[in-house]
Design a protein around this ligand. Structure first.
Ligand code: BV8
Length: 253
């Protein structure tokens, strides 16, 4: 580990030709959205999100699962992008201005990267603000908050399910393709605010490294990725990302 890891990370970011970032719930934690494995809030404290975020849970109790997602959808709608999200928008802008490529892969379903202004976003696990008909696949964005009933019947006689990828479900093909392409071609891969335990998302760091990219982790706690990356910066994404951008690009004004 370099003696000044933040400066070393900034040097890698400044000189990178193609950057791929993956974010997890730790980036949105700075916007007061509880991470996936943190203690669940109040009413939901007695449930394990990993068992709730599955097709089986929805089939068994569509009303309860719909209410859980609608509760979270409301939390996400109330949340605002934080300095970590905005720093990633700045990195995208700086690289675009320099004719370099940037791809932001996110496991987060809260839409905060898009709301912050990121445009090169690949939402690997879908979106919590969209409901989808279980019969036709038709998508319903912007439904009233909260929904009038749980579960919501669809016009086609099915039910509306959350537009997220559940455990045991395949990620969207186009998202996987974009993620593979970005991870294989980048010369800098950054893993930010994720415990790096959920696959295939956690595999993109390995793919990038296998293709010779340098790698940086920014996370509050050590993870499975910490021992693999070139530079591990431990701390809050809302503080480290802006500091990194400042060091990497400030001299360029
Ligand atoms: C699939 C949407 C196959 C729903 C989510 C190997 C290969 C492929 C699959 C598997 C495999 N091994 C196991 C699997 C199965 C499974 C899996 O990975 N299980 C794990 C648990 C072992 N994977 C799947 O099921 C995937 N599907 O592979 O399908 C298939 C193929 C073809 C056909 C059919 C099937 C689907 C996975 C997607 C699941 N959906 N979310 C919802 O949100 O309700 S994943 C969910 O977990 C969230 O998206 C979240 O991002 C992710 C991780 O949860 P968290 O821990 O909360 O978040 P994170 O990991 O980001 O951790 C928070 C971190 O932030 C912590 O480290 C903390 O230290 C840090 N932090 C906290 N605060 C801060 C901070 N850091 C910085 N600053 C802070 N302030």
């Amino acid at each position: 580990m370099p003696h000044d890891p933040l400066q070393a990370a900034a040097d890698l970011l400044r000189d990178a030709r193609s950057v791929c970032v993956i974010t997890g719930a730790g980036v949105s934690a700075e916007s007061k959205i509880p991470t996936f494995r943190d203690a669940m809030e109040g009413l939901w404290a007695k449930f394990d999100p990993q068992t709730l975020a599955t097709p089986e849970a929805f089939a068994a109790d569509p009303a309860m699962v719909s209410e859980w997602y609608d509760f979270r959808r409301g939390k996400c709608a109330q949340a605002e992008p934080n300095p970590g999200h905005l720093a990633l928008v700045e990195i995208e802008r700086r690289l675009a201005d320099a004719g370099r490529s940037f791809t932001l892969l996110t496991q987060n379903v809260d839409g905060l990267h898009r709301r912050a202004g990121s445009t090169r976003v690949v939402e690997l696990h879908g979106r919590i603000d969209i409901w989808r008909c279980t019969k036709t696949g038709l998508e319903y964005p912007d439904l009233p908050l909260p929904l009038p009933e749980y579960p919501m019947p669809s016009e086609a006689g099915g039910l509306l399910r959350p537009g997220v990828v559940w455990f045991g479900e395949a990620l969207p093909e186009d998202a996987l393709e974009q993620a593979h392409a970005a991870a294989e071609s980048c010369d800098l891969f950054m893993s930010v605010g994720t415990s790096a335990v959920v696959y295939p998302a956690a595999g993109f760091l390995h793919l990038a490294r296998a293709h010779g990219s340098k790698s940086i982790e920014i996370n509050r706690d050590p993870t499975d990725a910490t021992g693999l990356v070139d530079i591990a910066l431990q701390g809050r994404s809302g503080e480290i990302l802006p500091a990194l951008v400042e060091l990497a690009f400030a001299s360029r004004g």
